[in-house]
Design a protein around this ligand. Structure first.
Ligand SMILES: [Zn+2]
Length: 220
């Protein structure tokens, strides 16, 4: 298998998805951007270049496509380790001993709450899914504008999705290696990292837990 899209496609077919994949509607601009973004990855070009906004395209569309694609892939990645991520193995949503995350969504958790990792990630993925399925936030047709808060909200979604990478890399990397997914997860992470760096979407401080990884794999 040459590239991570094929790998994830295979995992998807095996039903390894943590939750259903969000799909783009055929015939929409976002669908063609999604295809364009995927094609540029399949050809193995430089990821740092692949994330740049194509000339004439809208930043909100470009962001929406990436947020949804990353959600789908991170969903698959977590799906491959989820049976090993339990309240016993991971009683905290942590990234090693130095970082712990607290869940807050303003609805069910009004104050930051310490949750076991699987519970935290379940809440996180539910929350992201709720945002991307909300057509007022992620409009499905071009005659419906993006809300003014779209970029701010996307930053929040990506910042939260990054925490799943943190947990998986720090606590479940052995499992990733064991099933041969390491190069694919690394490629997916690199793509994510270059995208958020290109548009400055995640605070530097949030990325600290994976500084070492970034130094090792995001060199090109
Ligand atoms: Zn875990």
């Amino acid at each position: 298998m040459n590239n991570f899209l094929e790998f994830f496609h295979l995992m998807d077919k095996k039903g390894k998805t943590f939750r259903p994949k969000k799909r783009f509607t055929h015939g929409t601009i976002r669908y063609s951007l999604h295809k364009q973004a995927q094609a540029s990855l399949s050809s193995g070009i430089n990821l740092r270049e692949a994330v740049r906004l194509p000339p004439g395209e809208d930043m909100n569309d470009w962001t929406a496509v990436h947020v949804v694609d990353f959600f789908n892939r991170i969903n698959l990645i977590y799906g491959t380790v989820s049976e090993y991520c339990t309240e016993t193995t991971c009683p905290k949503m942590s990234g090693g001993s130095r970082y712990e995350y607290f869940w807050q969504d303003g609805v069910n958790y009004k104050k930051p709450a310490a949750l076991p990792a699987p519970k935290y990630i379940e809440n996180l993925m539910d929350w992201v899914e709720g945002q991307i399925n909300n057509e007022e936030i992620f409009p499905v047709t071009t005659d419906v504008p993006f809300p003014r808060s779209f970029q701010t909200l996307s930053k929040k979604i990506l910042t939260r999705l990054f925490r799943v990478f943190v947990h998986v890399y720090i606590h479940h990397f052995d499992r990733i290696v064991c099933i041969g997914a390491e190069p694919h997860v690394n490629s997916c992470f690199k793509h994510f990292y270059y995208f958020v760096k290109e548009f400055d979407l995640i605070p530097i401080k949030e990325m600290e837990p994976l500084d070492e990884l970034v130094k090792q794999i995001c060199k090109d």
